[in-house]
Design a protein around this ligand. Structure first.
Ligand SMILES: [Zn+2]
Ligand SMILES: [Zn+2]
Length: 324
């Protein structure tokens, strides 16, 4: 791909941005965008619309049914990102079957933060260059806004880095999900509308409707989910405590660990990314890890890697400072 690099003309750039609403790999074979890193607003129109649709709550109101479904879909899909995209595809911290691997990819894609190959490939890059100038989303290098949403909406970072994720890019089903990732959140949105319409007809006592479930179950849940995920790139490299001496600004933050089902123990994770577990001690709540353990009991996943005790106890700067 590198040999074929050429600059994208303005009109071809707009055309490609629109095509990428549906085909995330558009331009993968012939163009590597090399323009300065900046937000691709045309490509980002669907993302802006997802945010704008949250205002629909003014017209559809709320119900306990809609709020409960929104919260449940936040939790399940956050697991898709943390337990699937992050701990499986990016770091291979446990093993699973091919069909469950595909299920994890679909669940992760339903979070509307792109496909598994794009996500995990870029994340491996983040671990190679954490908070260095090459890091694509470092708040230390480029500020909060860029690390939170800027990098993910820029043309330069839009295409997947398939070289970084060659071990999974060989699976055709994962390539399809990564290329047409938008189909999955779109299907979820349609499903929410249908479910709400059916519930209104068969169980009016639940007080929900098609439009209400669409706004809560998809748009509000997804918007909060996107920002909850992005806080790990932005806030978890700035706010919290540092237990281990790592070459980056990663932090442990209990609040972010709740929001992100365990990812807030980010300094632990940067210190030892090979573990499926990010809360290293029993008091560090890590819901994704508990879910993985439960899945291992069911035989869905296996070889779930813990952090070895000697690794966990060595290099603790809080202990060294207390002893000094
Ligand atoms: Zn990080
Ligand atoms: Zn990681």
């Amino acid at each position: 791909m590198a040999e074929k690099i050429k600059t994208v003309s303005k009109h071809r750039g707009y055309f490609m941005s629109v095509r990428r609403w549906v085909d995330s790999w558009s331009g993968l074979d012939d163009v590597k965008d090399i323009e300065a890193a900046k937000v691709d607003w045309v490509r980002s129109i669907p993302l802006v619309l997802v945010h704008a649709m949250c205002f629909g709550v003014i017209w559809v109101g709320w119900s306990w049914t809609a709020v409960t479904i929104a919260v449940a879909l936040y939790g399940v899909r956050m697991f898709g990102i943390t337990g699937g995209y992050h701990r499986y595809f990016a770091h291979r911290t446990y093993k699973t079957s091919r069909w469950f691997q595909c299920a994890l990819a679909i669940l992760g894609a339903s979070a509307a933060t792109r496909g598994p190959l794009w996500w995990a490939g870029h994340h491996r890059h983040h671990h190679r260059f954490s908070d260095q100038p090459q890091d694509l989303h470092s708040p230390v290098q480029d500020g909060f806004l860029w690390s939170h949403m800027g990098w993910v909406t820029s043309r330069t970072n839009f295409l997947p880095d398939l070289k970084s994720i060659g071990d999974f890019a060989k699976f055709p089903e994962l390539r399809f999900i990564d290329r047409y990732d938008v189909l999955i959140p779109f299907s979820l949105a349609v499903s929410m509308f249908i479910l709400g319409t059916v519930l209104e007809a068969v169980a009016p006592g639940l007080g929900t409707t098609g439009p209400q479930l669409l706004i809560w179950g998809f748009f509000i849940s997804t918007t909060v989910l996107i920002h909850g995920t992005c806080t790990i790139n932005s806030l978890a490299h700035q706010f919290g405590s540092k237990r281990y001496q790592t070459d980056d600004q990663s932090r442990n933050n209990w609040f972010l660990a709740i929001v992100s089902l365990g990812e807030g123990w980010h300094n632990n994770h940067h210190y030892y990314p090979a573990a499926a577990r990010q809360g290293f001690y029993w008091w560090e709540i890590d819901l994704s890890y508990y879910a993985l353990i439960a899945m291992s009991w069911l035989g869905l996943v296996w070889d779930v890697r813990n952090v070895p005790e000697h690794v966990r106890e060595s290099g603790r700067i809080d202990v060294e400072e207390a002893a000094a």
